[in-house]
Design a protein around this ligand. Structure first.
Ligand code: DX5
Ligand code: ZN
Length: 229
């Protein structure tokens, strides 16, 4: 089976007990902590910054932390997130004046780097920087809020991105973000994604017997992925 990774978006977690939520969602069989950073400027919402990332590391989280920057400008905050323990740092090309420079900066800080594509952003931004990229993140909603519906045109874009990655022979993850649930994750995997962000699709479904664990929904997602192979 492909190396599928599930990345719960903590945007939909209970922030009043965030450490416990992250421990529980990882113990339920997920792989990567998806960390949505919004600045009320690039997107019309305001969320969490490097202090919270650092707090999760101090709490004992050892899983990769996938920092999705929805901020503009980008560069000034990169070093802060690297110091706070980020594993991946991804950003939107529209939010950086110098995409190549920002990618170099992220790598120089010792993190893995990625570009994020809004639903209407063309993949051509990859053309001259593919060798500096560890993750391509396709948005299947417009960024800013959890709980939106999956935009179907993302499936075609996933197929295009999968071809770009496979043709390149490079080791690049293909992540999808927005409206991913147990009932569409198989179709999304079949289109080429290997890393699945899900916020409301996981945190909105606490277990019936233990309200703090997500084993049931994560197992359901894994079962759907197993059908794809
Ligand atoms: C949206 C964020 C997503 C969001 C996904 O701007 O980038 O990561 O939390 O939430 P769901 O899975 O609820 O669509
Ligand atoms: Zn995200």
């Amino acid at each position: 089976m492909a190396d599928y990774q599930i990345a719960p978006s903590i945007l939909s977690a209970n922030f009043a007990k965030l450490g416990e939520e992250v421990d529980n969602v990882l113990a339920s069989g997920t792989d990567i902590v998806h960390f949505d950073v919004m600045d009320n400027h690039y997107v019309p919402n305001l969320t969490i910054g490097p202090l919270v990332c650092e707090a999760l590391r101090k709490h004992g989280v050892t899983a990769p932390i996938d920092v999705h920057l929805m901020v503009s400008p980008v560069d000034r905050i990169v070093g802060d997130f690297a110091a706070a323990g980020a594993t991946y740092i991804t950003f939107h090309p529209e939010a950086s004046s110098h995409i190549d420079r920002t990618l170099q900066l992220i790598k120089a800080e010792g993190c893995k780097a990625g570009l994020v594509f809004n639903p209407a952003t063309p993949l051509s931004h990859l053309d001259y920087v593919l060798d500096k990229i560890d993750m391509i993140l396709l948005m299947s909603v417009n960024p800013g809020f959890g709980g939106q519906s999956f935009i179907p045109s993302a499936l075609d874009k996933l197929r295009q991105a999968r071809k770009i990655i496979d043709d390149s022979g490079l080791d690049i993850r293909l992540e999808i973000d927005g409206g991913v649930k147990a009932d569409n994750i198989a179709e999304i995997a079949a289109a080429g994604a290997d890393t699945f962000v899900s916020g409301s699709g996981i945190f909105g479904k606490p277990g019936a017997n233990d309200a703090h664990r997500y084993d049931t929904i994560v197992a359901e997602m894994r079962a759907q992925l197993a059908k794809v192979g």
